[in-house]
Design a protein around this ligand. Structure first.
Ligand code: SF4
Ligand code: ZN
Length: 323
């Protein structure tokens, strides 16, 4: 197995590129894919201050590393979700990455700083955990970016994540979500710009990037992910990818190029009047924002016990990450 670029010994095969790569040229490919995504979608400008949301997992740590490597001014943001041992462990990986490289990591702890946690918030509001978690993350990421004066918030969503979400939104023809499923959401109404620079890399590629760069990341899966529909969508897309390499990328980028523009006017029309939340000041269409309503309910609910972390799922299409 030889590297497509230098003919040296390869460490990874990438069927969707119909090629093998050595360490040096695989890492270069990852940087090139991120650069391409940033440029194609005008994600970042030189000199901007970037806040990257880090979970301690492979995607967000690879993203932080890649953006630094590409010369961007990037701090990390870690959100303690209060999901028992899983959260304790994820924080350890995020802090170690920052400490080893002398980087700034902003931390917000749901339980310590706000008096709630994801499992309790989910139970108190009768939401599925990932819905309560997603809402909390969106709100607190926005708030941290605003408070810290950052120009842009970057998240580690990769091609598998985006293709799975797109698959789910398409199955339901959820036009509101389809209109917002873009790799860049511009700054507006006091929300920072949001970017997803990893959309051209798969899960398996970000895992291989971390292994080859010596980045320690959390392998265990969140125990609250049980029943998450996106895992099923990912499995379905992986089955398609296994027989048609490149299908996932064609699905997602075909949507961005040809279908996404059709949904934008509808999305703009759906914007209601925004006003500051009476409790936290965040822009909202009601008196009190959805997060503050969730937090109020969660704070008065008895804490809910958390299951142990789940062992790792196969990464991406199940092929080995790197040799
Ligand atoms: Fe949050 Fe769900 Fe992800 Fe767990 S799996 S971190 S609950 S979104
Ligand atoms: Zn609020």
């Amino acid at each position: 197995m030889k590297c497509r670029v230098c003919r040296g010994p390869a460490v990874i095969d990438l069927p969707r590129h119909n090629a093998h790569f050595c360490t040096e040229h695989f890492l270069r490919l990852c940087r090139d894919q991120v650069t391409k995504a940033i440029e194609r979608f005008s994600m970042l400008q030189p000199g901007e201050r970037v806040l990257v949301a880090v979970s301690g997992g492979k995607d967000s740590l690879a993203l932080w590393d890649l953006l630094l490597d590409l010369g961007y001014d990037v701090d990390g943001l870690y959100l303690g979700l209060g999901i028992g041992d899983y959260s304790d462990e994820s924080g350890t990986f995020a802090r170690a990455f920052a400490a080893e490289r002398g980087l700034r990591l902003v931390e917000v702890d749901l339980r310590g700083d706000l008096g709630l946690d994801v499992p309790t918030a989910a139970r108190a509001t009768k939401r599925v955990p990932c819905s309560a978690c997603g809402m909390s993350k969106r709100h607190l990421f926005d708030q941290a970016a605003r408070d810290g004066g950052y120009d842009v918030l970057a998240t580690g969503h990769n091609l598998d994540d985006e293709a799975a979400v797109l698959f789910g939104n398409t199955l339901r023809w959820d036009t509101e979500y389809l209109a917002r499923q873009l790799p860049v959401l511009p700054e507006r109404h006091g929300f920072p710009r949001k970017v997803k620079p990893l959309v051209r890399l798969t899960e398996r590629e970000t895992a291989a990037y971390c292994v080859l760069r010596g980045i320690d990341y959390q392998v265990e899966e969140c125990p609250m992910a049980v029943g998450n529909k996106h895992l099923g969508y990912k499995d379905a897309l992986n089955a398609v990818e296994a027989t048609s390499p490149g299908a996932k990328a064609a699905f997602y980028f075909g949507f961005l190029e040809r279908a996404a523009p059709l949904f934008v006017p509808q999305s703009a029309a759906e914007q209601g009047e925004l006003q500051p939340c009476a409790s936290c000041g965040a822009p909202t269409t009601s008196d009190v924002c959805a997060f503050c309503r969730l937090a109020d309910k969660a704070r008065v609910h008895p804490p809910v016990p958390v299951p142990a972390p789940r062992s790792r799922r196969r990464s991406g299409d199940g092929r080995p990450v790197a040799r």
